[in-house]
Design a protein around this ligand. Structure first.
Ligand code: ZN
Length: 597
């Protein structure tokens, strides 16, 4: 099926012709050829030159060309991924995505020499370049690369690490995906015996049927336990592999590399996590309130995502769109205008179709292209919040288009700023218009549960990961030992408020973040607490807050997180900074408690 055919429900399907007319558009093959050709020209022109010896004006021209090549090369790849998510079963989409990926990989390899040259710029050169005014906008990008200089190996060694990873770390990662992806679970639902995939099993944690939730979770975890031989071996191998590489590169401890990538001081992360732990009782308080609302004496951990009564209120898409435009527009007319443009110009694909990617995302593309949103809108309250969340991302990327490509993507820790903020705006708007106390409870509950999953749970995950790396230094770990570490960290969060089902000892073994992007989880805590703090500041300052917030979004990734936030008068290195977000959680829980009959 070709993209330009307008489906009858054109209001809720996106129009990708802004990128290419169709997968067979000659412009697409032309871009693929052009990007690779310009990359090769660039390579032959610069590879033999000492990049560090270029005059600032020549260096600036080289950097601009590098950026332009990346921008052309990304377009076919991103188009391929959007088409694929629209219909993952279409063979034309699959082929195009693969072609785009391979071309992008080739492009990156051709330009690798330049990226390494940026990392290796001597301090004195970096300073001289920084003083040249056209390069000022790249100051942050250059400093970012420079920070990895002490940990970069010789070119040949880097190549060996890269190529050995194909049969080492990457092979283990693929094995994890393929192995766990092949799991089939058998579960009795009602009178029927069903065969379900892992994600279908986990989706049952949202079922209103308590026994079904528990049975699904038990079966899911038990099966992982039965396959512990492979899963435990994978965890052991990957943790050791990272440690060996860290030692070669000279990193101090397993988190240093992630901290550098996130541009956050280790002390700041330690502080953030310690403060989060101090507030574990706040999460326990919510779990107790939830048990009350569900009419059960105590939650099991299979009940945490159970729907609250009132959660079934239906909001059709046109109504959700009006709510979104109204609430974003009231926050600031610019937000309302941009959100309206997304719908008018068909940058949103909300309708559920067979073969479509199952989740929701915003693809920011590049500064020369506008973003697109994909959702699977069914009309429940969570979907309305997801719409606001993804539209927040959309507005963030839209505003950051003022930046050039190297400064476009926000830092990982601030990537969720506008999205979570958008959700908060939407929750407040829904609460304002909702008279039914049960629906109000469900709304507040959904918001609090999101926050708990992003702040408290990610803290548990990070603590577990640290313990895992620490213990693996001593010896090869058994599945039971890993289970003990996992159980201990979860027990700290749940306290007496939640009973863990015994099979939860295997709860670590299905979390792909541990396999694919170690220590990624703490950036969720960081991002969420920053947004809650920004939201609290907005409540305090009202309209005066908004111009600075818009500037923050417009800045994209042109500066480090602490610098971007300092323009709003926030200092992430102050001990009391991390306390502020918890005030918002406190207020939400109090509001929920006040609704109880
Ligand atoms: Zn998001």
């Amino acid at each position: 099926m070709l993209a330009p055919q307008q489906p009858p429900d054109a209001g809720t399907a996106w129009n990708l012709t802004d990128l290419y007319a169709s997968p067979r558009d000659p412009a697409l093959s032309l871009d693929l050829e052009k990007s690779l050709k310009t990359a090769r020209d660039f390579q032959s022109e610069y590879q033999e030159i000492e990049i560090a010896s270029l005059e600032p004006a020549d260096f600036f021209r080289a950097l601009k060309r590098y950026e332009a090549i990346l921008e052309i090369g990304l377009k076919p790849f991103l188009y391929g991924s959007l088409l694929f998510s629209e219909d993952t079963q279409d063979p034309v989409h699959k082929t195009l995505l693969q072609k785009g990926k391979e071309a992008w990989n080739q492009l990156e390899n051709t330009l690798l020499f330049f990226r390494l040259a940026l990392t290796r710029l001597p301090d004195s050169k970096l300073k001289a370049l920084g003083d040249y005014s056209p390069l000022k906008e790249y100051r942050h990008a250059l400093e970012f690369h420079h920070r990895f200089q002490p940990f970069t190996l010789k070119e040949k060694e880097e190549e060996i690490v890269n190529r050995k990873n194909l049969t080492g770390r990457s092979a283990f990662m693929n094995l994890f995906d393929e192995f766990t992806g092949s799991f089939v679970f058998h579960l009795k639902i009602g009178e029927q015996e069903k065969e379900l995939t892992g994600s279908e099993m986990l989706a049952l944690l949202h079922s209103p049927d308590r026994e079904l939730r528990e049975e699904a979770f038990r079966t899911f975890l038990q099966y992982h336990g039965e396959n512990s031989l492979v899963l435990t071996a994978l965890f052991n191998a990957l943790v050791l592999d990272y440690r060996v590489e860290d030692e070669f590169r000279g990193y101090k401890g397993p988190m240093q590399r992630t901290h550098l990538e996130n541009e956050i001081a280790p002390e700041t992360v330690d502080l953030m996590m310690a403060v989060t732990e101090n507030y574990y009782p706040l999460a326990q308080e919510y779990f107790q309130v939830k048990a009350c609302l569900l009419g059960i004496p105590k939650l099991k951990n299979s009940d945490i995502y159970a729907p609250l009564p009132g959660g079934h209120r239906e909001i059709p898409l046109p109504e959700a769109k009006d709510l979104l435009l109204g609430s974003f527009g009231r926050f600031h007319p610019l937000f309302g205008r941009i959100a309206a443009e997304f719908f008018e110009k068909k940058w949103v694909d909300a309708k559920i179709r067979k073969g479509k990617y199952g989740g929701a995302f915003c693809s920011g593309l590049t500064p020369s292209l506008h973003p697109y949103l994909l959702l699977n809108y069914t009309g429940n309250l969570r979907d309305v919040l997801t719409l606001a969340h993804e539209m927040g991302h959309g507005i963030h990327f839209y505003l950051a288009r003022k930046q050039s490509l190297l400064n476009f993507d926000p830092p990982l820790t601030l990537a969720e700023t506008a999205s979570v903020f958008g959700e908060m705006i939407m929750v407040q708007a829904l609460l304002r218009d909702e008279a039914d106390p049960e629906v109000r409870q469900a709304l507040l509950g959904a918001e609090i549960e999101d926050i708990i999953a992003t702040v408290f749970r990610q803290n548990v995950l990070t603590r577990f990961e640290l313990a895992l790396y620490d213990r693996r230094r001593e010896h090869l770990l058994t599945g039971d030992e890993i289970g003990d570490l996992w159980w201990r960290e979860n027990a700290n969060l749940f306290g007496k408020a939640v009973e863990m089902i015994p099979e939860y000892r295997w709860g670590w073994s299905y979390i792909s973040h541990f396999i694919h992007s170690r220590f990624y989880c703490y950036s969720y805590i960081f991002g969420e607490l920053v947004v809650l703090t920004l939201y609290e500041k907005y409540l305090e300052e009202g309209e005066a807050f908004i111009p600075g917030f818009i500037r923050l979004l417009e800045s994209g990734g042109s500066a480090s997180p602490d610098e971007l936030l300092s323009h709003l008068g926030l200092d992430i290195n102050r001990p009391d900074f991390w306390e502020r977000g918890f005030k918002v959680i406190r207020k939400l829980i109090d509001e929920l408690k006040s609704l109880r009959p």
